[in-house]
Design a protein around this ligand. Structure first.
Ligand code: ZN
Length: 354
């Protein structure tokens, strides 16, 4: 399917394991490919309407039934099991929104996926994807092959929410490709579970309305650290320390989360710090926000802050939630927080409560 004229926006996921294994090249490659997938799909939205790909979009809606899961035949079902565990954990936390479809493909060494299985997956996807769209299955097939099968065959791992807007009802599709590449035996919690938590958090956020890139990605990264903490599965201190370390590495540039309100329209000199600003600094900005709120409670994010975003828009919501004048005040306070020693920063993480 040629996406020109279509309307999809991607919110992606960058597992920390990639960086931990010091595969800078791989990281850059992912960042590069994620960016290049994002740009053509979002850029078309700009044409004559608005500079923001998020403007004038109906939010995803409450759905009584959960996501529908699809996995390519021949991929070890354990990966779907992990992803599903993460998605369902996040859905229990955030509530049920969509309609959401989860598409999982992957090819592990020595376990080639048959041509029949690829075709079946493509046909299933395209039948669903075009059911209430003007696009045809014939148009969709080469697009689905490029987007799922070719990425799978190249061995590249990917995870993202793709926001489907050219269908009768706006829908969310969560795409997971080769997530086994992100699995490390020594991890306290298998990474594909965290990918599921992260991507479903974006589904919930899309039920609220537009929010800046740092808030969307930072919120999802923070919840990846938080839910395993309240489940007693992992102490968030290590991962958040490491995230802070990476966030600090680009501060000499002078760019801050204030420059990362919209990756789709960010200039290249800012976009090169997508990972550090949106994901890393964004995760800590979320901690800081909760810590500055009257209750210091993470559940107030879900029960107070996000409903305020829906009602007032994110800027007014931020000001009201924190009882401050404007977002500029928040940005200023957060940069002062970023200057603190790590031990003090970690104390804010310890101070916030469920
Ligand atoms: Zn994300």
């Amino acid at each position: 399917m040629n996406l020109k004229g279509s309307a999809e926006v991607l919110l992606t996921s960058f597992p920390h394991q990639i960086m931990r294994s010091l595969s800078w090249l791989l990281m850059t490659a992912c960042l590069g490919s994620c960016r290049s997938t994002t740009t053509p799909e979002t850029a078309v939205l700009d044409a004559g309407v608005s500079t923001s790909p998020w403007a004038d979009v109906d939010p995803l809606v409450f759905t009584s039934s959960g996501p529908t899961y699809h996995v390519i035949d021949g991929y070890d079902p354990i990966w779907l099991t992990y992803i599903q565990e993460g998605v369902e954990r996040a859905r229990t936390y955030w509530g049920s929104y969509g309609p959401t479809h989860v598409w999982v493909v992957g090819q592990q060494d020595g376990r080639l996926i048959s041509e029949d299985a690829k075709q079946q997956f493509i046909d299933k996807y395209c039948t669903w994807r075009t059911a209430s769209s003007e696009r045809t299955v014939t148009e969709c097939r080469p697009y689905a092959r490029r987007r799922f099968i070719e990425v799978m065959e190249r061995g590249e791992p990917e995870a993202y929410l793709s926001d489907v807007r050219d269908t009768e009802q706006r829908m969310a599709e969560l795409v997971f490709i080769n997530v086994h590449e992100w699995y490390y035996e020594e991890d306290a919690i298998p990474d594909p579970i965290l990918r599921g938590i992260h991507e479903y958090t974006h589904v919930f956020q899309q039920s609220v309305g537009p929010m800046p890139t740092w808030m969307a990605e930072g919120g999802a990264v923070f919840i990846e650290a938080w839910l395993p903490k309240i489940d007693g599965r992992r102490d968030p201190k290590d991962v958040m320390s490491w995230i802070m370390e990476r966030a600090q590495r680009m501060r000499h540039s002078g760019f801050t989360i204030a420059d990362m309100e919209e990756i789709e329209t960010a200039p290249e000199e800012v976009a090169q710090y997508y990972l550090e600003l949106a994901y890393d600094s964004g995760a800590w900005a979320t901690v800081f926000m909760i810590h500055q709120s009257p209750t210091q409670s993470v559940s107030s994010l879900k029960n107070e802050f996000y409903p305020l975003v829906k009602e007032l828009g994110w800027e007014a919501a931020l000001a009201q939630y924190l009882n401050i004048e404007s977002k500029d005040q928040f940005y200023e306070d957060f940069e002062a927080f970023m200057d603190l020693p790590i031990q003090e920063q970690l104390r804010t993480l310890e101070a916030i409560r469920p």
